[in-house]
Design a protein around this ligand. Structure first.
Ligand code: NAG
Ligand code: NAG
Ligand code: NAG
Ligand code: NAG
Length: 406
């Protein structure tokens, strides 16, 4: 029942940013970096090295294990896919040994399965892994990617000057557009600006990029996830207000299914990435996912919150020591809201949290139907001054959805 209601309240809003018809909701898919890094040792580790075989295996699993049916569609190549030198004409070449059929063939493979292929480059002279960067070749590389049938381009920022990014990232946006092929544009630009302790101009960034990384790379640990949640909760520069159809802040990959998180912590990452309207780009071995983890990654209610067409990014509205409350508007007119009670404490047992609905910003006098966010279980119909009671595990979350059923 809640699925139907959420669909009904999820009306389309028009964003102010880059308009190439892409990322109308946060993109979903898979990205190699966190899990597979720059592993180029195919002789000793053929199943896990950066090669066409890896991306094909992930694409196969994305379809056969049911991820595609839930909306995951991009299979994204990250760093270390190239030859160390461009060809005689200055064109990028995929590593001839690890990608013997080339990138166009790999893109065709994805498209035949109803999936999309993303690729990685860098705005500077080199990629972070030391491969040829796009500096002086932006237009050529945009044309090359279009000719290969690429669907998403992530442009990193190693080996470049942040002063140049103001011109370079918009230039690449222009060249991508000029190719005539819609390619989702992922910019690492603000992450570098933040690294130098400046506040990015997020409105400008949103006018050139579909999604953008704001903060440090995710690592396979709870500390890393917690740090990212803190950065996003701080919302320095009010970047949450820039999110909407076509434009999303990217807190980096989903590590649910790797080694670093407990089950409760996996729930936190899924709940918070849904609340933040974040891209859901898994960086895990899709050939080998435990059933309970797969159920989280494919949870219909979580995906519904994440993919809400209004595209509002949730914000931290309260913080008291390790306890936080976050809310995300769903649909227009404040009729729907997802909310999270977050317990970042790592001591003791579950804690009770009680809160009247109006403190969440839910003020319609007739009241709201409340459901639990992972299961859709109906909790009750509550009015603004009624108290909602929840219990939250350590390093855990209680997720809820409220909607006004008129
Ligand atoms: C370079 O471009 C020329 C002219 O378009 C073409 O004939 C040649 O095959 C290209 N060389 C490479 C290495 O792609
Ligand atoms: C190029 O930009 C125009 C104007 O914003 C837009 O309508 C068009 O869809 C874009 N095309 C591509 C391929 O990104
Ligand atoms: C969040 O803000 C607090 C208070 O200003 C600051 O101490 C902390 O370093 C910030 N965290 C991040 C990850 O930026
Ligand atoms: C962010 O928005 C708040 C109001 O919500 C405003 O007081 C503050 O100045 C804004 N900060 C920035 C950096 O834009």
């Amino acid at each position: 029942m809640i699925l139907r209601v959420l669909l009904a309240i999820s009306l389309c809003a028009v964003g102010q940013g880059l308009d190439n018809g892409l990322a109308l909701t946060p993109p979903m898919g898979w990205l190699s970096w966190e899990r597979y890094r720059c592993n180029i040792d195919c002789d000793n580790d053929p199943d896990n090295c950066i090669s066409e075989n890896l991306y094909m295996a992930m694409a196969d699993a994305m379809v056969s294990e049911g991820y595609k049916d839930k909306g995951y569609e991009y299979v994204n190549v990250d760093d270390c896919w190239m030859e160390k030198e461009r060809d005689a004409n200055g064109t990028l070449v995929a590593d001839r040994k690890r990608f013997p059929h080339g990138m166009k063939w790999l893109a065709d493979y994805m498209h035949a399965k109803g999936l999309k292929l993303g690729i990685y480059e860098d705005f500077g002279t080199f990629t972070c892994g030391g491969y040829p960067g796009s500096k002086f070749y932006l237009e050529k590389d945009a044309d090359t990617f279009a000719s290969w049938g690429i669907d998403m381009v992530k442009l990193d920022g190693c080996y470049s000057d942040i002063e140049d990014m103001e011109y370079g990232y918009p230039a690449m946006s222009f060249f991508l557009n000029q190719t005539g092929r819609p390619m989702l544009y992922s910019c690492s630009w603000p992450a570098y600006v933040v690294f130098y302790q400046k506040i990015p101009d997020y409105k400008k960034i949103a006018s050139y990029c579909n999604i953008w990384r704001n903060y440090a790379d995710i690592q396979d640990s709870w500390d890393s996830v917690r740090g990212i949640i803190e950065f996003y909760g701080n919302d320095t520069g009010n970047f949450s207000l820039v999110a909407g159809p076509g434009n999303y802040n990217d807190p980096d990959m989903i590590i649910v299914g790797d080694y670093g998180l407990s089950y409760d912590q996996q729930r936190v990452q899924m709940a918070m990435w849904a609340i933040m309207a974040a891209p859901l780009l898994m960086s895990i071995d899709l050939r080998n996912v435990k059933p309970e983890t797969k159920a989280l990654l494919q949870n219909d209610y979580i995906i519904m919150i994440n993919q809400d067409k209004y595209g509002s990014m949730g914000r931290r509205i309260m913080k008291s020591g390790p306890y936080e409350v976050w809310t995300k508007k769903m649909g227009l007119d404040d009729k729907g809201m997802a909310f999270a009670f977050l317990n970042l404490d790592d001591a003791g047992g579950p804690i009770p949290i009680s809160m009247p609905l109006y403190q969440l910003g839910l003020n319609i006098a007739e009241g709201y139907n409340i459901t639990e966010g992972f299961t859709g279980k109906f909790i009750g119909t509550l009015k603004p001054h009624d108290i909602l009671n929840a219990t939250v595990d350590p390093s855990g979350v209680w997720l809820g959805v409220a909607y006004f059923d008129c």
